[in-house]
Design a protein around this ligand. Structure first.
Ligand code: AP5
Length: 451
């Protein structure tokens, strides 16, 4: 989780949080498909803890431990080491603090269906399961030509990646299981197990062509992992409590069940909040993902004049929830209400919006001074777009008699360039205004974001 704290004399201590859970990656592939080589590059870029069962076992063997002595013969014969030895080793390593904090890259585990099931039972699941795909004949050549540097742990190949100096060359070693015969046996075992393991991770499986230069393979892996990492970042609102942070980091989604007492109109504050939060989440997601268009339809009757209970207050509350949420994230939000479009104070202004700006100004905008600092109120049109504004919320823009709002909207969105413009429009169908002199004709978008 990353947290940024700032102090402002007017606003007191502000804490901006975004939760970014550490990455959890599994990499799989036949012997010599390039797992170790890619892991080196992945760890350099993403700082994950590399857990290679092959490396762990080889370390046990060379230290002559009990585990090493048990594993040695299996490894040298190119066979799998018994599950109970490997699984205990992997879960112990995964539970260490560094793996929890920095994230992990599991290489060479699970290697059988039962190993995959062991992890599932412990609810240990990666974010992504990468398989490196390389044709058999290439694999054998890679294995036979592989050399390891016992000092740095770096992987070389006599032809593909020869050592940089004579000194390194002189100390390189060959793995005892890298003979052609043993590679064939390892490959066979891999093939027998691959499908059953893949089925466990089918929804997060990404197959990559590993028969390309290692830099090209890594480029593809890099962009996949960056995307996964981006998807894992969850922006948190100001005032987030420790409890809600814990809930968010434990991966619970925001579904709160179907609200009860839906038939009471006007709805209770709690029910209204339910609708506002849903619109807010959709809007935040669209903006974070850089979507250029989003249409959210909410069917709360108070926002539908056809149901005769249209309340401007409900609209204002929705505007407040959205504006404050972005302001809490440090964005400067301009809330825009259509001004007069013709001569005279109210001429050319939709009746429904008369007084709306004043209501907004008098509303409760929280006690940390958001209004005037992070939230400002303006009108609709290109000249309202100031350099310091980060985004715009347009409240129920409508045609007014003799005037069309579309040109002003277009000019404003053009001036805003790539800054988000959120249009909050209650379901305004073509209705005669109460005085008979105005009508509304922009219909049914409730929230619309563009950039
Ligand atoms: P392990 O060490 O995991 O071996 P492996 O899976 O057979 O994989 P390798 O290490 O051979 O290959 P790699 O994919 O890492 O390829 P590398 O990057 O080195 O396991 C060893 C043994 O331990 C097993 O046989 C088993 O006995 C036991 N074991 C481990 N895990 C177990 C488990 N979960 N359960 C039971 N037993 C377990 O690259 C290979 C060569 O190709 C190198 O020379 C490299 O320079 C070259 N190369 C890499 N990428 C490229 C490229 N793009 N182009 C050209 N050459 C490349």
């Amino acid at each position: 989780m990353s947290t940024l704290m700032t102090f402002h004399p007017l606003q007191g201590l502000k804490v901006y949080c975004s939760i970014s859970e550490p990455l959890k990656v599994m990499i799989s592939g036949a012997p010599a498909s390039g797992k170790g080589t890619q892991c080196e590059l992945i760890c350099q870029k993403f700082g994950l803890v590399h857990i290679s069962t092959g490396d762990l076992l080889r370390a046990e063997v060379s230290s002559g431990t009990e585990i090493g002595n048990k594993a040695k013969d299996f490894m040298n014969a190119g066979q799998l080491v018994p599950d109970e030895i490997v699984t205990a080793m992997v879960t112990a390593r995964l539970s260490r603090e560094d793996a929890k904090e920095k994230g992990w890259l599991l290489d060479g585990y699970p290697r059988s269906f039962s190993q995959a099931q062991s992890l599932e039972k412990m609810k240990i699941r990666p974010d992504i399961y990468i398989i490196l795909d390389v044709p058999d004949e290439i694999l054998i050549d890679r294995c036979v030509g592989r050399r390891l540097d016992p000092v740095t742990g770096k992987i070389y190949h006599v032809k593909n990646f020869p050592p940089e100096t004579e000194e390194i060359k002189a100390r390189l070693v060959t793995r005892p299981d890298d003979t052609e015969e043993k590679v064939k046996s390892r490959l066979e075992i891999y093939k027998q197990n691959a499908e059953a393991i893949s089925s466990t991770y089918s929804n997060i499986l990404k197959k990559i062509d590993g028969n390309r230069p290692k830099e090209v393979v890594f480029e593809e892996i890099y962009s996949m992992l960056s995307q996964v990492q981006k998807d894992k970042v969850k922006p948190m609102k100001l005032g987030t409590t420790l409890e809600s942070l814990n809930q968010a980091s434990s991966g619970k989604d925001n579904w709160r069940g179907i609200p009860t007492r839906l038939n009471n109109i006007p709805h209770s504050r709690e029910i209204r909040k339910y609708f506002y939060e849903d619109v807010l989440q959709a809007t935040q997601r669209a903006i974070n993902e850089g979507r250029t268009r989003l249409k959210v339809e909410i069917n709360i009757p108070e926002l539908n004049p056809e149901m005769d209970v249209y309340r401007i207050g409900t609209l204002m509350e929705l505007v407040r929830v959205i504006a404050l949420s972005f302001a809490d994230d440090g964005k400067r939000v301009k809330v825009c209400v259509q001004g007069s479009m013709g001569e005279g104070a109210l001429a050319g202004m939709p009746l429904q919006l008369a007084g709306t700006r004043k209501i907004l100004e008098f509303m409760d905008w929280g006690d940390y001074g958001a209004m005037g600092n992070f939230i400002n109120i303006g009108s609709i049109g290109a000249k309202e777009v100031d350099e310091q504004d980060d985004m715009f919320i347009l409240v129920a823009p409508q045609n007014a008699v003799g005037n069309c709002i579309i040109d002003d909207l277009k000019a404003m969105t053009d001036a805003a360039e790539n800054r988000p413009v959120i249009l909050i429009n209650p379901r305004l169908k073509d209705l005669p205004g109460s005085s008979g002199i105005m009508q509304v004709s922009i219909n049914q978008e409730v929230v619309y974001s563009t950039n």
